[in-house]
Design a protein around this ligand. Structure first.
Ligand SMILES: C[S@@+](CC[C@H](N)C(=O)[O-])C[C@H]1O[C@@H](n2cnc3c(N)ncnc32)[C@H](O)[C@@H]1O
Length: 438
């Protein structure tokens, strides 16, 4: 997509006047942000499914027109790493943070340039050896399964994966673990995960991993895990992945406590989770994380740390923006538990936005992409709540853009609200908030 009105800042080396950059931000926010076509999108973005991803063109737009080659870009809730990949393509250094172990694994796999011939060579031996193990050594593979996983984790695996698939996945894992090259091992772990985490539950017996509570289908026709793994890896090596010009650094951490000194980022672009845990990342991600060494009990603890998770924390909101107080009062009349959850969500995002303000350089933009949610039938206007939090912290509001997202293209929360038409069911609006730190 071309935006001839904006000046590409890639090689800009003098001080681009602050007011000009603010005006550019204002113009971008009022331009068409729907990105209906996917032309020239780097195939890395599609290696692994992830809920509520950015369209890659969105971060690219802000990076290209608001920063130059020396800039540092930060996404403190980076999810699948869309911002980092686009920063790499445009030759900017970037940092990504996330609390979700699968987000960390996938983003790490995607931000490196790959040696395709090496991956192919590894793939060939993985496939041959895995098939051989499954044919010749089922009892040995069974032993690996019982020795490797504790009983709650094994119970989970037994419930959600057929015996045949368990043996195939175990044999693939034993082969991937042998790889010494960290980058290639990471990519192959990510491919391994991608054959499980799909909307239809991949090689597991689960259906609807993306939207609803997954349910088990005993007679689900499950394809061979080894074949799926091979096909997906081949697809990755055969597609064009544009070389990344600059590296990214990924940190497993909490956006409420960014491990950086003050004023290091030239641009922050990020999208927080939906309010009230509308997308339960861990519910789907645990299907592959158990295989990658996480105990089911540990995953329950990690789940409590996501912004807006359901568990109780100490909330000390000294001063709510008016709109948040109003929404909480409205929800509280219907459901006390849900009003608490929304309070926690806003409180945690207040801390995250404070951290963003701290690590952002002066005269720099911070972009927050967020969709609204309905809680107990009440539109909580998440974008307005977060805009007011930003204002309270000291950001100037340069503008708020709107974009339509297509439910068919993106994994989104399951909607219980009845809508007027099938088209409306698939379409959804989100907001692009443009903050500025003076
Ligand atoms: C809407 S997704 C981001 C998607 C991302 N823009 C992309 O393109 O893939 C929100 C992300 O926030 C992360 N998250 C939730 N709580 C967090 C926290 N306390 N610190 C950092 N990340 C968190 C989730 O794990 C999830 O990956």
């Amino acid at each position: 997509m071309q935006f001839p009105l904006f000046k590409d800042q890639t090689t800009h080396d003098t001080n681009y006047h602050q007011e000009d950059r603010k005006n550019t931000l204002r113009d971008i926010l009022s331009s068409d942000l729907d990105f209906v076509d996917n032309i020239n999108v780097n195939s890395r973005h599609y290696w692994h499914s992830f809920p509520a991803k950015f369209p890659p063109q969105l971060p690219a737009l802000f990076i290209k027109y608001l920063t130059n080659n020396d800039a540092v870009i930060l996404d403190p809730m980076m999810g699948s790493g869309t911002t980092l990949i686009e920063a790499g393509i445009l030759g900017r250094k970037s940092f990504g943070i996330d609390i979700d172990p699968l987000a960390i694994l996938n983003a790490n796999a995607k931000i490196k340039n790959i040696d395709k011939r090496k991956v192919e060579a590894y793939l060939n031996s993985i496939v041959i050896n895995s098939i051989k193990r499954c044919n010749d050594e089922p009892p040995i593979l069974e032993n690996h399964l019982t020795e490797r996983f504790d009983s709650p984790t094994l119970e989970f695996i037994d419930y959600w994966f057929s015996k045949r698939i368990q043996l195939e996945l175990m044999s693939l894992l034993l082969e991937i673990e042998k790889i010494i090259d960290d980058d290639i091992r990471n990519i192959l772990y990510s491919v391994f995960s991608s054959i499980i985490i799909t909307k239809s539950g991949g090689v597991s017996l689960a259906m609807d991993l993306a939207h609803t509570r997954p349910h088990r289908v005993n007679d689900k026709k499950v394809k061979s895990a080894i074949t799926e793994f091979s096909l997906r890896t081949r697809k990755i090596v055969s597609t064009n992945n544009n070389e990344l010009k600059k590296c990214a650094i990924i940190i497993e951490g909490d956006a409420k406590n960014i491990p950086f000194r003050n004023e290091i980022a030239d641009l922050i672009i990020t999208s927080p989770p939906y309010a009230n845990n509308a997308i339960d990342y861990m519910r789907a991600h645990k299907f592959s994380l158990v295989w990658l060494g996480y105990k089911i009990t540990d995953l329950k603890e990690i789940r409590k740390k996501y912004i807006g998770a359901e568990s109780r924390i100490d909330i000390n909101f000294e001063e709510y923006p008016e709109i948040i107080r109003e929404k909480i009062t409205l929800i509280d009349k219907v459901n006390n538990k849900k009003s608490y959850a929304f309070q926690r969500y806003c409180y945690e995002l207040l801390h995250a936005i404070k951290e963003m303000h701290r690590v952002l350089k002066r005269d720099s933009p911070c972009i927050l992409v967020v969709a609204s949610s309905k809680i107990c039938g009440i539109d909580v206007e998440t974008h307005t709540c977060l805009t007011e939090i930003g204002r309270m912290i000291g950001f100037e509001i340069v503008g708020i853009g709107k974009r339509i997202i297509n439910r068919n293209r993106r994994m989104m929360p399951y909607s219980k609200e009845k809508s007027k038409s099938k088209i409306e069911d698939r379409m959804h609006q989100e907001y692009v908030i443009g903050f500025w730190k003076d």
